[in-house]
Design a protein around this ligand. Structure first.
Ligand code: HEM
Length: 348
């Protein structure tokens, strides 16, 4: 993952506009390439070549990205509309089904490729989640394929947007960015590998990511139903009622967070303030048995890329504010224009 993060930083470096340092490309598409390359490495143990070439919409990797975006957009619409699609295949339902068909077909190609090549002993492929599940779990081959494909898709749009919000937060809070850089310099000597021990020491960086998710959660909420009637907070809640914890609404309230709209990572480092946060208030990855299975992986991906980015660049952004729009995933309402300025001592 570290290698992918470093390659992505090099790619960002090459794509900056000479002179102005502005990223002229759609940086969200760029981040999609990084997240897809990373998740493919985890799921299948292979490199899918997102970072090395000039990709057109006509390639498998771009089709995977676009079908994931379409799937989330349609699912977001269907979840909060009259469930007509259960009676007739509505246009949104058909788009969702087509997007999923494309995604499953392409994912299946990777699965076949790995299963065909698994005898060749490539250690990275041997280390893949796919082969691991096939060897160690009691799941059938079909169940493993479905699980891997689910996970593969779950890891694309989410991490992309999490990274987008993290970069935005760092760009708009240069003093925070400087402190993260200081932490990186303290724990990671020039040219060294990022190990789990190094990541374990990056307390401030982890607080920055938490604070980013507090203000810009990627998933809008966590929903659950009880099978029986309950009383919650003094309200009678009949069985099967959908109960939703809306992450963004909850995390921006001053009854839970001091100066809720201020980006302040230190609130996650101080006991006396965090103790005011009810246990189930901050859960950007959900909670319980259905919580995000990719959480640790996503956090590690974000940590690695932020480290490698800030080692090379000072990040700035033209937009003053980023609003969020609902598409199941909460998306930025525009593509922010980032500037990546080489840090002093960083040469080509
Ligand atoms: C910033 C990144 C991510 C965020 C914010 C996020 C958030 C979430 C949330 C809130 C849920 C629902 C949990 C619940 O209802 O309790 C979820 C489920 C899930 N996530 Fe993630 N996720 C992220 C990245 C990933 C990655 C990288 C993967 C794959 C490696 C992944 C795979 C999944 C899967 C498969 C589920 C469904 C779990 C189930 O239904 O049992 N996610 N995620």
């Amino acid at each position: 993952m570290d290698r992918i993060a470093q390659e992505f930083v090099m790619r960002t470096d090459m794509l900056r506009s000479p002179g102005s340092d502005v990223m002229e490309r759609n940086y969200k598409d760029e981040l999609h390439l990084w997240s897809l390359e990373s998740i493919a490495r985890l799921a299948f143990g292979i490199r899918v070549g997102c970072l090395g070439m000039n990709l057109t919409e006509n390639t498998d990797v771009m089709r995977l990205i676009r079908s994931t975006q379409m799937y989330f957009r349609c699912l977001g619409k269907l979840i909060f509309s009259l469930p007509l699609y259960k009676v007739v295949p509505t246009p949104t339902w058909r788009k969702l089904a087509a997007a999923q068909d494309t995604f499953f077909r392409l994912s299946e190609n990777y699965i076949k490729q790995v299963l065909t090549d698994s005898g060749d002993g490539d250690p990275e492929t041997q280390d893949s989640l796919l082969l691991h599940l096939l060897r160690k779990s009691e799941l059938s081959k079909e169940e493993v394929s479905a699980t891997i494909t689910d996970l593969f898709q779950g890891g694309i749009d989410t991490t992309t947007n999490g990274m987008m919000y993290s970069l935005f937060a760092l760009a708009k809070n240069p003093e925070v960015q400087d402190l993260v850089c200081q932490e990186i310099r303290t724990h990671l000597p020039e040219g060294a590998r990022v190990t789990p021990e190094v990541l374990g020491k990056m307390k401030y960086l982890k607080a920055v990511i938490k604070e980013t998710f507090r203000l810009w959660p990627v998933i809008f909420g966590t929903a659950r139903q009880y099978d029986y009637d309950v009383v919650l907070g003094g309200y009678d809640v009949p069985a099967k009622t959908e109960i939703l914890v809306h992450h963004r609404v909850m995390c921006r309230q001053d009854k839970y967070f001091r100066d809720p709209l201020t980006f302040d990572p230190t609130r996650w480092l101080r006991d006396e303030t965090t103790s005011r946060v009810p246990t189930y208030l901050f859960m950007p990855f959900g909670h319980g048995v259905r919580m995000c299975i990719g959480r640790r992986f996503a956090e590690q991906q974000l940590q690695l890329l932020i480290i490698r980015m800030l080692q090379r660049f000072h990040v700035e952004c033209e937009e003053a504010e980023l609003r969020q729009v609902f598409s199941l995933v909460l998306l930025p309402d525009r593509n922010p224009r980032f500037m990546f300025r080489r840090r002093q001592g960083e040469t080509a």
